[in-house]
Design a protein around this ligand. Structure first.
Ligand SMILES: *Cc1c(COP(=O)(O)O)cnc(C)c1O
Length: 398
């Protein structure tokens, strides 16, 4: 069947690697696509739609308030901007210049990662705490976070990565320190859905802002995300994100902010304007969130297990090949982990991964192939694709 990518002269790929952004994330359910099309049929005041989205996100997460962003990274940028500027429109106007503001965000060293660029983009400086790992890597301790707090501290950042348990201060303990100093904890949980329980887990553990990707495990629009957290921080986000080409006398939020005396006037176009979200993304995200909450987790798990097993079964009787279906610790999506004796083959593991990606059909798997190992993640496979991946792997490994 011809895809729209064929019409454009671009090769579509079989995504056997998960929800990677560079592969377009994942497949959106037809119901989400249809909701986006309906959203495009009418205009709506974005602030009204975001307020309603915020209520729905608050219910789903247990947070006070919520917001639809253009992705988890946008959530981090907006969260850092909110922590630095609060509801001060002069500070909003100056961002990302944070001179003289609270502009330090504390991060445990093992939590440094290349997505934290999003925080730095808001003009804050990351203050690292914890040992540097050699000669004896030791866990970060609670007192190290407390000791780094000063008058310039705006927030504490926390990354959800199951692999780090044991080497970092837990979210509960981090939130305890933050509370003592009146600071916000901003959690990056971009790739932490599913499981469904994680929608609430970080807020319940004390996070003040949590960001999730909309286009990964939620199967919403690729350029969407959720920010859930404290009302005042979400208000700051909204004021710095929405179109502020408004007149004070006719601004739809004049009662909330101007007549109440909370703001001296509306802010101008803010720091977040480059992270714009359309009505289609907001409606798509909300539809994806509803589906996510209603889906049958057991049936979904069974379908992944079946697809992963189809791939593993296709190759495991080949000589020197081991193929197992495993669920990595702290995760829910099973992977087919395939390991082989590289020395016994004409193609190196890396050449095999490149041959898969450059072959027909193009198949992208997890891992580089180095050392003779890859994994196949079934999350983004379409019906019938597990068989194709298995067949192609068997050809290349035989
Ligand atoms: C994917 C990811 C991001 C970025 O999320 P987007 O929704 O693509 O902006 C940030 N942090 C982590 C840990 C991620 O896995």
């Amino acid at each position: 069947m011809a895809t729209i990518y064929d019409e454009l002269g671009v090769r579509a790929v079989i995504n056997a690697a998960g929800t990677l952004t560079r592969l377009g994330g994942t497949i959106m359910p037809a119901e989400v696509v249809a909701a986006m099309a309906r959203a495009a049929e009418h205009c709506v005041r974005i602030e009204d739609l975001q307020d309603r989205a915020g209520q729905i996100i608050a219910e789903a997460t247990g947070a006070e308030a919520g917001y639809v962003t253009s992705g988890a990274a946008a959530g981090l940028m907006l969260g850092a901007a909110a922590a630095a500027a609060g509801l001060d429109i002069r500070k909003m106007e100056r961002l990302p210049d944070t001179t003289g503001m609270k502009n330090e965000v504390i991060v445990q060293r093992p939590h440094r990662n290349s997505y934290d660029h999003a925080l730095r983009a808001a003009g804050v400086t990351l203050i690292e705490v914890g040992g540097i790992g050699h000669p004896s890597p030791r866990p970060v301790e609670e007192w190290e976070i407390a000791a780094a707090i000063n008058d310039r501290t705006a927030a504490i950042y926390w990354l959800d990565l199951p692999d780090l348990a044991g080497s970092i201060v837990s979210l509960e303990a981090t939130a305890r320190v933050a509370r003592r100093f009146g600071l916000a904890v901003i959690v990056d949980a971009a790739a932490s859905l599913p499981p469904t329980a994680n929608l609430r887990a970080f807020t319940a553990a004390g996070a003040d802002l949590v960001c999730f990707s909309g286009g990964k495990g939620l199967r919403g629009p690729q350029a969407s995300g959720i920010l859930a957290g404290r009302r005042e921080l979400i208000e700051s986000v909204a004021l710095q994100h929405q179109d502020m080409d408004v007149h004070p006398a006719t601004w739809s939020r004049r009662a909330r902010y101007l007549e109440s005396g909370r703001l001296p006037g509306p802010p101008g176009q803010g720091f977040g304007r480059g992270l714009k979200v359309g009505k289609e993304e907001i409606v798509g995200l909300l539809t994806a969130l509803r589906r996510f909450l209603e889906r049958d987790e057991a049936a979904e798990q069974a379908a992944w297990q079946r697809d992963a097993a189809i791939v593993a079964d296709a190759v495991q009787r080949l000589p020197d090949v081991s193929a197992k279906v495993v669920v990595p610790p702290g995760r829910v999506v099973p992977l087919a982990r395939i390991v082989w004796d590289e020395a016994q083959r004409r193609l190196s593991g890396v050449a095999l991964v490149n041959a898969l990606a450059e072959g027909e059909p193009a198949i992208c798997v997890g891992g580089s192939g180095a050392g003779g190992q890859i994994h196949v993640n079934p999350f983004s496979l379409r019906s019938g694709e597990a068989e194709i991946v298995g067949r192609r792997l068997r050809e290349l490994l035989a």
